[in-house]
Design a protein around this ligand. Structure first.
Ligand SMILES: [Zn+2]
Length: 67
């Protein structure tokens, strides 16, 4: 499980390597979720609950970024 960090930002910087991260939809064992993923450090944070289908998580992302 990816920790629920709830940064409440659309963009952030990785605490460990400083990489600039943008909110997006990712998949883990628990399902699809909106969160941040660092290309250097791996899963960074989860900003939503887990969704069964990718399109539900994408809807959630749209809502979170105000698209
Ligand atoms: Zn990183």
């Amino acid at each position: 499980m990816i920790p629920l960090k709830a940064i409440h930002e659309e963009e952030t910087d990785c605490d460990e390597c400083g990489e600039h991260l943008v909110l997006d939809v990712y998949e883990s064992g628990g399902g699809f979720y909106v969160g941040f993923w660092c290309p250097n450090c791996g899963p960074y944070s989860r900003e939503s609950r887990y969704f069964e289908k990718r399109r539900y998580a994408e809807k959630r992302l749209e809502w979170m970024v105000g698209a």
